[in-house]
Design a protein around this ligand. Structure first.
Ligand code: ZN
Ligand code: ZN
Length: 250
């Protein structure tokens, strides 16, 4: 049987640890999508059972290179015509429902505390798909976006992935500018819009990239123009292979 002062010390330590955990995940008691209170079993991903059931997992009918949905198995029309500079693009979810809400809350509604939850989906997916690379690279934000948002959203997630996947992070890319809002543009228009927006950072030692396989991460892949441009910059600076991982596809 424990001595009374040991029991007291244990209770004190347990309380401190719980407080620490609550500081780390202060909103884990409320579903971050619908705001419903959640019990013990929902705290790991901060989703209520309803929202977890509705997670928009992608189905399998996708182009084996770019990951776009296809009507018949095989490469999509665009990849048949012109191969992208990356070898494969992966994403666990469609950009809709709870995942869309989570990304918007994380990036634009001042909820940087969601980073571990977003990272967890990517970590589990990367492990399940056995994605391997020499380095992890994230798509950086422009200085303007960074100033508005106050944090580098992809870097925050990337750092968690690095630790969990034991994959070193390297930061070769700099986002110069974006000419206009991408929302309503086609792939070609987006490509023209972002082409030239990413360059190798001035102080980056490009020898690190030579012959390397890179896992490039971003939050959402829409037409693929952004990751295509980033992959081109990495390849033209010596990287051998690029694979893409985004949380969602729209
Ligand atoms: Zn919910
Ligand atoms: Zn394709």
């Amino acid at each position: 049987m424990s001595k009374p002062n040991q029991t007291k010390a244990y209770a004190w330590l347990k309380e401190k640890l719980n407080r620490f955990k609550n500081t780390l995940f202060p909103k884990a008691y409320v579903c971050h999508v619908c705001g419903a209170e959640i019990g013990e079993d929902g705290r790991e991903d901060s989703l209520c059972p309803k929202c977890r059931e509705r997670l928009p997992y992608r189905h399998d009918n996708t182009c084996p290179i770019c990951g776009n949905y296809v009507a018949t198995p095989g490469l999509c029309a665009r990849c048949r015509t012109s191969r992208p500079p990356y070898s494969q693009a992966f994403a666990p979810f469609d950009y809709t429902g709870s995942i869309r809400r989570m990304i918007i809350n994380y990036k634009d509604n001042g909820s940087p505390w969601l980073a571990p939850y977003i990272a967890k989906y990517l970590i589990d997916y990367a492990k399940a798909m056995e994605l391997h690379a020499d380095y992890l690279v994230y798509v950086p934000s422009s200085d303007k976006a960074l100033k508005t948002r106050g944090f580098e959203h992809n870097k925050k997630v990337a750092m968690l992935l690095c630790t969990a996947l034991e994959l070193p992070l390297t930061e070769p890319l700099h986002r110069v500018s974006q000419k206009k809002d991408q929302s309503d543009l086609t792939f070609e228009e987006r490509y023209q819009n972002v082409n030239g927006s990413f360059i190798l950072r001035d102080d980056y030692d490009r020898s690190q990239l030579i012959g390397k396989k890179i896992l490039l991460i971003d939050d959402v892949m829409t037409t693929g123009a952004t990751v295509t441009t980033c992959a081109q910059v990495l390849k033209s600076n010596g990287a051998q292979e690029i694979i893409i991982l985004t949380l969602a596809r729209s």
